[in-house]
Design a protein around this ligand. Structure first.
Ligand code: 3PG
Length: 208
């Protein structure tokens, strides 16, 4: 899992978190994000269009690395992999999800916030974790404190992360990348403003 996930998390500073209401937007959106320098994208299973969107990006935009987000159970893990997801993101981790991901070539980035959740994830072999909802759970200061007891754990904070505060997180020793929806704002997606999205992706891609 770590070997497959690490290049994705270190390959770009920001992983766009995407909510799509219409699968027809998936391909042009993915192309705009790739053009801006963010090939790895996370399409969340929060809408009926999500699986079809993942399928289209996997089939039609080979230069993108399409992942599935908001995976809450084993069934959704399997559906995402069937649709062509190259990585899977969950806000948490359950025994059912561990079972579904075990032996899959598609890596899982599970979420953890508390010490006990992190320890449980480590017991299941996961040391690369999502930290969600980052701002609301305690922000960069909280996440920084986790680096002392959990020196080997690396995080992707998401939730309330934006162009304004991403650098606070990216400066932490235990953060590899951040995730966020600000790169693909809903109004830009629905109006098809792909140039604006490519520009936002370009700015995000240059964060350090
Ligand atoms: C996620 O699932 O990672 C979050 O919903 C992204 O949070 P944001 O919309 O605050 O960026």
């Amino acid at each position: 899992n770590t070997d497959a996930l690490l290049p994705i998390m270190t390959g770009q500073p920001v992983i766009p978190v995407i909510v799509l209401d219409d699968a027809k937007d998936a391909v042009p959106l993915a192309k705009a994000l790739v053009a801006g320098g963010l090939p790895a994208i996370e399409i969340t299973l929060r809408t009926d269009a999500a699986l079809e969107s993942i399928r289209r990006v996997a089939d039609e935009v080979p230069e993108a690395l399409v992942g599935a987000g908001t995976i809450l159970n084993g069934t959704q893990f399997d559906q995402a992999v069937d649709a062509g997801a190259k990585f899977v993101v969950s806000p948490g981790l359950t025994p059912e999800l561990v079972d579904a991901a075990e032996g899959s070539p598609v890596p899982l980035l599970p979420g953890a916030v508390t010490s006990s959740e992190i320890m449980a994830a480590l017991e299941d072999g996961y040391s690369l974790l999502k930290f969600f909802p980052a701002e609301q759970a305690g922000g960069a200061a909280y996440l920084k404190s986790l680096s002392s007891p959990f020196g080997g754990v690396r995080f992707c904070p998401t939730g309330g992360v934006s162009a304004k505060n991403a650098d606070e997180y990216l400066a932490l020793p235990n953060v590899l990348c951040v995730g966020g929806s600000w790169v693909a704002p809903k109004d830009a997606v629905t109006s098809g403003d792909w140039d604006r999205i490519a520009a936002l992706a370009g700015e995000a891609a240059s964060l350090k």
